[in-house]
Design a protein around this ligand. Structure first.
Ligand SMILES: Cc1cc2nc3c(=O)[nH]c(=O)nc-3n(C[C@H](O)[C@H](O)[C@H](O)COP(=O)(O)O)c2cc1C
Length: 321
């Protein structure tokens, strides 16, 4: 798998929905991750969870990320997903949110190596799937090397590490060099994640961690093209930028908006507002744009605001040039 794609787009709740994954594929990305999906909610056939996976059979290379802390439920969820045509499952062991860790799931699993062993064993036996695990460095200290080793022994085929502990949440810098200790304990590929925003940080993260690939989360929101651009530039010595022309940027934002309008059938305008607001990053008038977009009444107004933001930036480009 890593031979084909060394730069993976991260799973992101609230962002990497069906539409975002489709957009990534149009931009040349093969493997994508879903948002994290509750194994329990899936087994209990919660309508909102079923909605999240309803078209999943149309995505051959999607990796479905599940979270939970009961081995039997995680295995049952895996079987359900397998029956829907899913071939790749990722287990979330890194989410620090209170509502998740309170149930013993996400990053809380990093304190429970015995449960981890059971979960990974049961899930990998549940169906003919490729299993991966996404973790943090640990709860408070770097315990990931041992945990990653356990995951490999029980059937995981690659490990992703967000190089922060749970107690760090998103503060401080990701400690890429700490991931080296994981690499020493496992033979399966390691993906390094955290604070990678361009080709240079991608190269440094790989060098510091010895990882086999990288994963990008926040930097791809409003800039989904970054995944294929970093992939192309990762092993080149030229310091290529990940910037694309304003025109291309607008085209991608408009495509994203159109795909959301189609998929959500005009519902969920707020999802579109949130996603589209990020395309203004680094542009002039972006603060005004973000405020205006959140007050927009309908899809048409969001589109008009987007076009006018880029129009103003095109003009400025010409004036300056
Ligand atoms: C809004 C948001 C939602 C996220 N949702 C998930 C998720 O569903 N599953 C997961 O494993 N990590 C999730 N993460 C963590 C990211 O995948 C990633 O590990 C983290 O943001 C660090 O990478 P970055 O510095 O490239 O953003 C989320 C992060 C953010 C900011």
């Amino acid at each position: 798998m890593l031979k084909i794609q060394r730069v993976l787009p991260a799973p992101m709740a609230g962002y990497t929905d069906f539409v975002f994954r489709k957009l990534l594929r149009r931009l040349g990305v093969k493997y994508t991750f879903t948002e994290m999906i509750s194994a329990k909610a899936l087994v209990l056939k919660n309508p909102r969870t079923l909605e999240m996976v309803k078209k999943i059979n149309k995505e051959p290379d999607v990796i479905v990320q599940i979270f939970g802390n009961e081995p039997k439920t995680m295995a049952e969820a895996t079987r359900l997903l397998y029956d829907m045509g899913i071939k790749r499952i990722d287990i979330n062991m890194g989410c620090p949110q209170r509502k998740v860790v309170r149930t013993g799931a996400g990053a809380a699993l990093m304190k429970e190596p015995l449960i981890v062993a059971q979960i990974v064993r049961e899930v990998s036996k549940a169906a003919d799937i490729i299993l991966s695990v996404k973790m943090r460095l640990g709860w408070r200290e770097n315990t990931a090397p041992e945990l990653a080793y356990i995951c490999e022994q029980e059937g995981a085929k690659f490990i992703t590490v967000h190089a922060r502990t749970k107690t760090q949440m998103f503060s401080g810098n990701a400690k890429w060099d700490e991931a080296k200790k994981i690499k020493k304990r496992i033979t399966i590929p390691l993906i390094i994640n955290g604070d990678i925003i361009d080709i240079k940080t991608a190269q440094t993260a790989i060098r510091d961690s010895n990882a086999d690939g990288i994963m990008i989360a926040r930097a791809m929101i409003g800039s989904p093209w970054i995944i294929s651009l970093v992939e192309k530039g990762l092993y080149s010595s030229s310091n290529k930028s990940i910037d694309i022309s304003l025109k291309k940027r607008l085209d991608i934002a408009l495509t994203h908006l159109e795909l959301m309008r189609e998929y959500y059938n005009k519902r969920n305008l707020w999802v579109a507002k949130r996603q589209i607001s990020h395309y203004s990053h680094g542009l002039r008038y972006s603060a005004y744009f973000r405020k205006a977009i959140f007050n927009a009444k309908d899809w048409k107004e969001v589109k008009i605001l987007l076009l006018s933001l880029f129009e103003k930036n095109f003009k400025k480009d010409i004036t300056i040039g």
